[in-house]
Design a protein around this ligand. Structure first.
Ligand SMILES: NC(=O)c1ccc[n+]([C@@H]2O[C@H](COP(=O)([O-])OP(=O)(O)OC[C@H]3O[C@@H](n4cnc5c(N)ncnc54)[C@H](O)[C@@H]3O)[C@@H](O)[C@H]2O)c1
Length: 485
């Protein structure tokens, strides 16, 4: 092992590691081998209390600093993350099993982008001046207070940073609860933020399962909840937040369509389909898992796709040559394999993969089904694994109606060389993030989030500022006040 992934303690509160072994032990399992490589303990009520008290205590002074001062801390943290990218990427690989080839370019670096971007924006968060005759109103953009971030397991470093960066830029404190499956990376983010000069208490990390998340969401001292997770969890968390009239951001699941028209560049479309189905072993919320391919090019598409999947390098995720790693857990692998069985039972044609790979750890083959029909379970439900469903279509109106016939609306993609059609299709997609001749790019400058059941609010970009701050209007009268009596 390049280094011991066991953290100093389970939680990071008020600027320091904190332990309480009275909590339920949470083993950290390395997906490539199935070995337990570290143990943390779920937060007890005493730990949650400590996290909330210290965050609330620190927040007012942080909000009172100038945006430029706050931004400087975030930008320093971004630089430190980039300097330590190798170690952070190794840790991300331990946490998730994703190949180092991916984690070294897409995880800590994406977190650093968010800290740099929101660090840069922090100094320019202003209100406006509204003249009303000789009176006027000015608005102040103010922090919400204490925000809770709850993460999924597929991008633990990125999710922690995507939530912390805008929250802190706006003058909030954040308590982050990582997924119990990947508890390690957020602790490092907390450590780095403090080393970069973040005052103690402003970014606390507590571990635990759903109950710990629930206890944070229902606490009256919490002002906002940002969840990245599945739709069923989103429903529960959104409802609990509504009870306390709290602000929310919900980044939830998807079953996104990708449409490949007959005039598309096939190599590019296949690259998009590979990125949108097999990167991170298919464990990406925005994946385009319903790939609609025009009937005229379907067989050519499938044949070339199978050829390219044969080039995937399956192996030790720490080996920089490995391009396809294990799934995050035995459970997640089993869920995906169960969907493969359902696809076969419903009569879809298995054209590639479908099996568990015989080696230690939680590896399954990249899997492609063709002749998938809209009503099949594998075309309707989020699998969150490396299982692509290819469906046929003949014309644009028909495929648009089918592409949008889903409860989800996270992402959608189109491959075509017809300029007008590309924009017409993008406009017609019922999805928060759309792609033309590409798939799954997620730069910090662009808003990211879902329509329909895939979410509420947006992460990244200037749009995230609206979700981590609130406006106050101040009316200023210049003359006398007229009253009826
Ligand atoms: N839209 C996005 O940006 C995005 C990104 C990544 C993953 N996801 C989605 O996340 C899902 C996979 O992640 P997962 O399996 O970790 O999701 P999950 O919904 O099982 O868990 C997400 C988080 O919520 C916590 N949680 C569970 N019940 C809770 C409750 N009642 N109150 C508070 N917190 C609770 C979990 O402990 C975990 O930290 C997929 O559906 C995927 O699409 C969405």
């Amino acid at each position: 092992m390049p280094y011991d992934p066991q953290p100093n303690a389970s939680h990071f509160i008020d600027g320091a590691y904190v332990e309480d072994t009275a909590g339920t032990p949470i083993p950290v399992i390395y997906p490539a081998t199935g070995e337990t490589i570290a143990t943390v303990y779920a937060a007890t009520p005493a730990i949650v209390e400590q996290a909330i008290t210290s965050a609330r205590k620190a927040q007012a002074a942080w909000a009172a600093m100038s945006g430029t001062e706050r931004g400087r801390v975030l930008r320093r943290a971004a630089d430190m993350i980039r300097d330590r990218n190798h170690d952070l990427s190794v840790l991300e690989t331990y946490d998730t099993g994703k190949p180092y080839q991916e984690t070294s370019v897409a995880d800590a670096t994406s977190g650093a982008d968010a800290l740099e971007y929101f660090g840069g924006l922090a100094g320019s968060l202003t209100g406006e001046h509204i003249q009303l005759g000789e009176d006027w109103v000015y608005t102040r953009r103010e922090a919400l207070g204490l925000c809770v971030g709850i993460g999924a397991w597929n991008y633990p470093t990125q999710i922690a940073c995507w939530k912390a960066a805008p929250a802190l830029a706006c003058g909030n404190a954040m308590i982050f609860k990582p997924s119990e499956t990947t508890p390690l990376c957020a602790l490092k983010v907390a450590e780095i933020l403090v080393e970069a000069g973040l005052p103690a208490g402003l970014f606390n990390v507590v571990q635990g399962m759903g109950e710990v998340g629930q206890s944070l969401v229902t606490d009256p001292r919490v002002d906002k909840v940002s969840l990245t997770g599945s739709v069923p969890t989103g429903r529960k968390v959104y409802a609990a937040a509504a009870e306390g009239i709290k602000h929310v951001t919900m980044e939830l699941g998807g079953k996104s369509p990708m449409i490949v028209f007959e005039d598309a560049d096939i190599e590019n479309a296949i690259s998009g389909a590979i990125l949108g189905n097999f990167y991170s072993s298919g464990q990406i919320c925005s994946n385009g898992t319903r790939v609609f391919v025009h009937r005229d090019i379907k067989e050519a598409f499938l044949a070339r796709l199978a050829e390219r999947l044969g080039d995937a390098v399956v192996g030790d995720p720490m080996d920089p040559d490995t391009s396809f790693g294990p799934m995050v857990s035995e459970r997640q692998m089993q869920i995906a394999l169960d969907y493969v069985a359902k696809g076969e039972a419903e009569g879809a044609r298995l054209v590639y993969g479908g099996q568990r790979i015989e080696r230690d750890g939680f590896y399954m083959q990249p899997t492609v089904f063709a002749d998938v029909k809209d009503g099949m379970v594998i075309a309707r439900e989020e699998i969150f694994g490396p299982v692509m469903a290819v469906l046929d279509f003949e014309d644009e109106a028909e495929v648009m109606a089918r592409a949008n016939a889903t409860e989800y609306g996270l992402a959608a993609g189109v491959f075509t060389n017809d300029l007008s059609r590309a924009h017409r299709v993008a406009a017609a997609f019922e999805a928060g993030t759309c792609y033309i001749n590409t798939y799954n790019d997620a730069p910090v400058e662009a808003p990211f989030g879902g329509m329909k059941n895939s979410g509420v609010g947006r992460e990244n970009s200037k749009a995230a500022i609206n979700h981590y701050s609130q406006l106050k209007s101040v009316y200023v009268r210049m003359g006398d006040v007229e009253a009826p009596f």
